[in-house]
Ligand binder design. Structure first.
Ligand SMILES: [Zn+2]
Length: 449
């Protein structure tokens, strides 16, 4: 895509154009005091040395703690924007004029201030390639605010005041902002998160948060989609690292699951449905650790579940040798060793007369022995093809009262509710997060028009 074309991301185009552009919406962050959502959109080219980053600000009314207003936000969903943030990087051949053009600053008052005023001097005396410059303009290209990264701690901030433009140097600090992203599954979760520029650690968190609801190795289907809100740390407008998922929504085979993070008084993060039911269940849907390696076996060329419940009474998960295997629930090791055609096997006993069996392992976790307590999610061994196996896979069985049950279908114990002492706090903190998930849904709908 030519450079001139990427600039239209920000402004001066009709509503439909902008809605379409929201297709490329990759991240939104909110400035809590002003209720402004900034969407950083990255043009979909892959040129490495010349990536343009463009920013759009969508002003929306932040919801109060009432479902009516949430609904109003969801239906009205703010394309009634007044101003736009655009972020650019200084290029080698840039002049101040070319830079201001890319930033869509066109009012003569701003242009003469930025070119001539002594306070704005760093803009022409210290214009260095790679530095970030961002500008907030209105629909008519009038500059409202400009920020230029002089170095890693100092920036130049130009603002429009009642008395004209004003410039000052500021020291920047690390800032944590929520990032909002959406994507659709076409081959695997990682392909979808890669396409949306979502870091791996966020993809893995999504898989873990919903691990009692969705088996990310066998349940995913083309067309599944998700929205996620997570913490991002920025310095000088540059992403430093991703933090925790704050809220997520995953639509799998037509069924939508939602998760909202809540920190308890010890600062520990837990995930609940919007109704306040814990997403932590006593059984995981899949014993395979979700990773980039194992996810490559999902979907795409072949389905990971080779055989469902049949003569051998288990589920086979195709996965590369070495993929780690987790205990699906708290329990006690009742067997670890070799068992005929099963090869290397681990059997765990759980509450309610349930037990699980994991076969064909390439190895056991060091020190794993009979009688040992294991916690849900603890690694017990790795996928292999020991015993009678034609290829590396995990053979997994679930027994209830000694009877084989289909692990993919068995009803799992019901979830617990959020402790009552946190209920009010949870409602208050979940409201803006739900609004952000709704905003992502509305953006997606708009882009699909
Ligand atoms: Zn099997």
């Amino acid at each position: 895509m030519p450079a001139s074309k990427t600039n239209i991301l920000a402004q001066k185009f009709n509503l439909k154009e902008r809605k379409l552009r929201l297709r490329w919406l990759l991240a939104l962050s909110s400035l809590p005091l002003f209720g402004i959502f900034a969407a950083f959109a990255i043009a979909p080219q892959t040129i490495t040395d010349d990536i343009e980053i463009t920013t759009v600000i969508e002003e929306v009314v932040l919801p109060q703690a009432s479902t009516n207003e949430l609904f109003a936000l969801q239906t009205a969903t703010g394309f009634s924007t007044e101003s736009y943030w655009q972020v650019e990087q200084v290029r080698r051949d840039d002049t101040l004029a070319s830079l201001l053009r890319r930033l869509n600053i066109s009012n003569p008052e701003a242009l003469s201030f930025l070119r001539q005023h002594p306070d704005a001097a760093p803009l022409f005396s210290q214009l260095r390639p790679g530095r970030t410059i961002s500008a907030e303009t209105n629909f008519d290209g009038e500059l409202l605010r400009l920020e230029y990264e002089i170095d890693h701690t100092n920036s130049l901030v130009v603002e429009r005041t009642d008395n004209g433009y004003h410039a000052e140097r500021k020291t920047s600090a690390l800032e944590i902002l929520p990032t909002l992203k959406s994507s659709e599954i076409s081959s695997s979760l990682f392909a979808a998160t890669d396409a949306a520029g979502i870091p791996d650690q966020i993809a893995i968190q999504i898989a873990e948060i919903f691990s009692s609801e969705i088996d990310f190795h066998s349940d995913l289907r083309k067309g599944d989609r998700f929205n996620v809100v997570y913490e991002s740390q920025y310095r000088d407008g540059q992403l430093v690292k991703a933090g925790l998922v704050l809220a997520a929504e995953f639509t799998n085979q037509g069924k939508t699951h939602r998760a909202i993070m809540h920190r308890n008084s010890e600062g520990q993060a837990n995930y609940y449905t919007p109704e306040g039911k814990s997403l932590h269940k006593s059984f995981l849907r899949s014993p395979l650790e979700f990773s980039r390696i194992s996810s490559g076996f999902s979907l795409g060329r072949f389905h990971p579940v080779l055989q469902k419940m049949r003569a051998h009474k288990g589920v086979d998960y195709a996965a590369p040798t070495g993929t780690r295997i987790k205990a699906v629930a708290d329990g006690v090791v009742s067997f670890v060793g070799v068992k005929g055609g099963y090869g290397n096997v681990v059997i765990l006993k759980h509450q309610n007369n349930m037990s699980t069996l994991y076969a064909h392992l390439s190895r056991f976790s060091p020190g794993l022995r009979s009688g040992q307590r294991v916690s849900q999610g603890q690694i017990i061994g790795a996928v292999g093809m020991s015993g009678l196996a034609t290829g590396p896979h995990l053979h997994y069985e679930l027994l209830v009262n000694g009877q084989h049950r289909d692990p993919l279908k068995v009803a799992l114990p019901t979830a617990t509710a959020i402790p009552s002492k946190y209920k009010a706090d949870f409602i208050a903190s979940s409201t803006p997060l739900l609004a952000q998930l709704n905003l992502l849904n509305a953006s997606t709908l708009a882009s699909a028009e």
